[in-house]
Write a protein that binds this ligand. Structure first.
Ligand SMILES: Cc1cc2nc3c(=O)[nH]c(=O)nc-3n(C[C@H](O)[C@H](O)[C@H](O)COP(=O)(O)OP(=O)(O)OC[C@H]3O[C@@H](n4cnc5c(N)ncnc54)[C@H](O)[C@@H]3O)c2cc1C
Length: 394
């Protein structure tokens, strides 16, 4: 891994800054700052994504042969860090970051030709249909079934916690096509249009007040067999491969650092002499530096076209914990001011107050929402088990 900043890299950084200066106006930054959910709404992020697309940067994590910009690890690091500094919103992580690598590895040529450009342009927004009421950590116990009917499958069942399904036009789903043999060997990976007859999306509102996720019901939904990725009953390979990218496929250090920096400012304002808080701040800063190094090592793997591998579990687990600790510290630093939160959502549409006050009002809902970090994408306990087996050989 060579992270030397060369003269061309500095020129690239200036180009990124110019681009962000033009395309991330203060009004957009404010919306991102006041988003307490863990993802920005597609309505907020789409316009910026289109600007990235026009510039040839929308699928910055993809290999050049599929339309990626062909950046080095240093350029990708610069881009991510600058986007975080400007609070630029990110669009369609499920499509760009999770499904796309699966299509590149397991998809047919016609699937790549059809779906990848639509992810790049922002035309398609994808949701992830993995979890079910009885299948979360134990994903292989999923029951949504797809029965063969000529050149179609008929899908029946239910998914849950489906992030942004209400804003997505497509969903990739794991379905059961066989109950013979090992449970993992009867699962198939399907691409489904959300507006297909028989699909119902019902909202679930989180404890922080945001409507981020949903239940998705499938009632005799007809899905063409040509929408299957990989072979029938071999969807578990796609599923596991995708999870590596979900857990370790994006560089988040810049985003977490931006959040950390805002929290340092809060501590300076609210409780600069609190020794306990200052110590926790210092520990968090050290953890953040250490994790950034790990993030960068994964990044150089990704930029050279590899999948992250089992280290994705470590990355997912530690960043989730650090993000949560930042929100806990913010809550403690704000003290009773944190009780001033209002339930109305979204905050950026509701608030007409000056900056600092707005930030205080976002502390509690963000704290509540961020409890989910150690659950979604595979809980901390599950990541610990994966690491014990795959990294420590236990
Ligand atoms: C905000 C949010 C967004 C999400 N978005 C999506 C989405 O878009 N698409 C999607 O498909 N899913 C999504 N999920 C679902 C997520 O993947 C599951 O919640 C997660 O896998 C845990 O499954 P579960 O909720 O069924 O909990 P369970 O599996 O029932 O786990 C409950 C508790 O038991 C522990 N546990 C379970 N098994 C073990 C074990 N073997 N060893 C030790 N401890 C164990 C868990 O760690 C957890 O603490 C989302 C979840 C959240 C919270």
């Amino acid at each position: 891994m060579d992270l030397t900043i060369a003269r061309e890299d500095l020129a690239f950084r200036d180009e990124v800054r110019d681009f962000l200066e033009t395309n991330v106006p203060r009004s957009l930054q404010r919306k991102v700052e006041l988003t307490t959910a863990f993802l920005t709404e597609p309505d907020i992020s789409l316009e910026f994504h289109k600007a990235l697309h026009k510039k040839g940067w929308s699928v910055f994590n993809w290999p050049k042969e599929y339309g990626g910009p062909g950046w080095t690890a240093v350029q990708r690091y610069i881009f991510d860090t600058e986007c975080a500094r400007y609070n630029a919103p990110m669009y369609n992580g499920a499509g760009r970051m999770m499904l796309a690598p699966v299509l590149m590895k397991f998809g047919r040529q016609d699937q790549k030709d059809f779906y990848l450009p639509r992810i790049a342009s922002g035309e398609d927004h994808w949701a992830q249909g993995y979890s079910e009421p009885g299948a979360g950590s134990d994903l292989a116990s999923l029951k949504t079934k797809a029965e063969s009917d000529g050149d179609h499958y008929i899908v029946n069942g239910q998914k849950i916690w489906t992030t942004l399904a209400h804003k997505s036009n497509r969903i990739f789903a794991l379905v059961r096509t066989s109950t013979e043999g090992k449970r993992q060997e009867g699962i198939t990976f399907l691409l489904i249009d959300v507006d297909s007859p028989g699909i119902t999306v019902r909202p679930i509102v989180g404890n922080g007040g945001d409507h981020e996720f949903n239940e998705v019901f499938f009632d005799n939904v007809r899905v063409p067999k040509s929408n299957r990725v990989g072979e029938e009953n071999k969807g578990w390979d796609c599923a596991k491969y995708l999870l590596e990218f979900e857990r370790g496929g994006s560089l988040v250090a810049g985003r977490v650092r931006a959040q950390f920096t805002r929290m340092v400012e809060l501590v300076k304002r609210s409780c600069p002499d609190d020794r306990d808080i200052t110590m926790r701040l210092a520990e968090l800063g050290t953890d953040l530096d250490a994790m950034e190094m790990i993030d960068i090592s994964v990044l150089s793997k990704l930029q050279s076209g590899s999948n992250p591998g089992p280290i994705s579990s470590l990355v997912k687990m530690r960043w989730s914990q650090i993000r949560q600790q930042i929100t806990e510290l913010a809550l403690d630093a704000a003290g009773e001011d944190a009780l001033k939160w209002i339930a109305a959502r979204p905050l950026y549409e509701t608030l007409k107050l000056p900056g600092e006050e707005e930030e205080i009002l976002s502390i509690t809902p963000r704290y509540l929402n961020y409890r989910a970090y150690t659950i979604f994408g595979g809980s901390t306990e599950v990541q610990t088990t994966i690491m014990a087996k795959s990294m420590l050989g236990l």
